[in-house]
Design a protein around this ligand. Structure first.
Ligand code: HEM
Length: 394
């Protein structure tokens, strides 16, 4: 596999993974690459191949024959549904599924609207803001913290730990320090909640563990970690990258301003176009698999580039054009198959309220720096900006 593998990340990758994926897709939609750190992987950039990979039961979340040490960082932080195969995956997902259905999430609409209105009020006293720090980050973080029962006041701590954990450039020592800080944080939080349960999801999970023993202690910590990180590393980038895409495509922005009822479809096209999550997480071949004509050997790593699949011209005509009126159904921004995003209804609702609120409150919004000056986060998993400075006019 390594004979023909290409170094995957070059200069400019984090700002524009799309061009790299386009080139690879044209040559080989399932291509051998070398990941940062030297790991060989099969990178899937074609749409049909990505769907096939994400639904193939032979591609597993854990390497064949491997089980994490219970006291390792992986054993404490990663015993969650997104790192699990059947039957654990179904058991873990079922425990929280009900809290994230579209109907349950719809009940959060008034609270999400009120958090949004508060953030817009704060922003409206200023001429120039970092839209990420002032809006795109605090909105989903406040929502997920309230849902889980995690103190919002601690957000600066877990934002920093989480950024290190998903980064490709953090040193192993930094990774270890921040992962341990995150584990200690959740252990202390869960210990404090146990004697005084509240009306929140973590309290409900503690009682599921204590009464029915359906979650191990490590699974409980891992579930809290996954929900908190998934709840705030993702929607922030849909709002941030999405607003940037609209600012760079003024015709589409004008169209949405003229007809706010387009917002539902606009969110879908923005998901397809901006790809807040660049890649799905690693899969491992549990046995030999053929995808896109390539033979993938047992134990080999498969990485699905969701952003590659969503810009495949064989699925979406003129894929690099943002077109809010296109039918973007079938996009893979939330993944596909059994690990399809649990939080998709929540992310959609937050984005709909966020874009609707921003455009209604600010009659004009412009980038405060040239697009080339924007910096992107050094992560292959997340596609997101470090900051988005904008000028506002009510
Ligand atoms: C725009 C926002 C979001 C995007 C683009 C996104 C994207 C994704 C993707 C691509 C996956 C599948 C990963 C894979 O197969 O390797 C996933 C899974 C997941 N997401 Fe999201 N997500 C978003 C928001 C959220 C939110 C708000 C939550 C709420 C807690 C959430 C919770 C989860 C969970 C728990 C999983 C694992 C599901 C499983 O393994 O069965 N996500 N997400």
């Amino acid at each position: 596999m390594t004979d023909t593998a290409v170094e995957y990340l070059g200069a400019g990758y984090f700002a524009d993974p799309f061009t790299v994926h386009e080139r690879l897709r044209a040559q080989r939609p399932v291509a051998p690459v070398i990941m940062p750190g030297g790991t060989p992987a099969w990178l899937v950039t074609g749409y049909a191949e990505a769907r096939a990979a994400l639904t193939d039961p032979r591609l597993r979340k854990l390497p064949p024959g491997w089980r994490p040490e219970p006291d390792s960082i992986f054993g404490l932080l990663e015993m969650h549904m997104l790192s699990s195969d059947p039957p654990d995956h179904e058991r873990l997902r079922k425990l929280v599924n009900k809290a994230f259905t579209a109907r349950r999430v719809e009940q959060l609409r008034p609270r999400i609207a009120s958090i949004t209105a508060g953030l817009l009020d704060d922003m409206s006293t200023r001429r120039e803001v970092d839209l990420l720090a002032s809006f795109a980050f605090p909105l989903p973080v406040t929502v997920i913290c309230e849902l889980l029962g995690v103190p919002v006041a601690d957000r600066d701590d877990f934002r920093a730990w989480s950024a290190t954990i998903v980064s490709n450039t953090a040193s192993p020592a930094a990774y270890q320090a921040d992962a341990i800080a995150m584990i200690r944080y959740f252990m202390a939080l869960l210990a404090a909640k146990r004697p005084e349960p509240a009306d929140d999801l973590l309290s409900a999970l503690i009682s599921a563990r204590d009464e029915e023993d359906r979650l191990s202690e490590n699974e409980l910590v891992s579930m809290a970690f996954l929900l908190l990180v998934a709840g705030h590393e993702t929607t922030v980038n849909l709002i941030g990258n999405g607003m940037l895409a609209l600012l760079l495509n003024p015709g589409e922005l004008a169209r949405l301003r003229a007809d706010p009822s387009l917002v539902g479809g606009a969110v879908e096209e923005l998901l397809r176009y901006v790809n807040p999550v660049n890649h799905a997480t690693f899969r491992f071949a549990g046995e030999p698999v053929e995808i896109g004509g390539e033979r993938i050997g047992t134990g080999e790593v498969v990485l699905v580039a969701l952003s590659g699949a969503n810009r495949d011209p064989s699925r979406y005509a003129d894929p690099d054009r943002l077109d809010l009126s296109r039918d973007s159904a079938g996009h893979l921004a939330f993944g596909h198959g059994s690990h399809y995003c649990l939080g998709a209804p929540l992310a959609r609702l937050e984005a709909e309220i966020a874009f609707g609120g921003l455009l209604k409150r600010f009659g004009s919004m412009t980038l405060a720096v040239p697009p080339d000056a924007l910096r992107w986060r050094p992560s292959t998993l997340i596609h997101g900006l470090e900051a988005l400075p904008v000028r506002l006019v009510p």
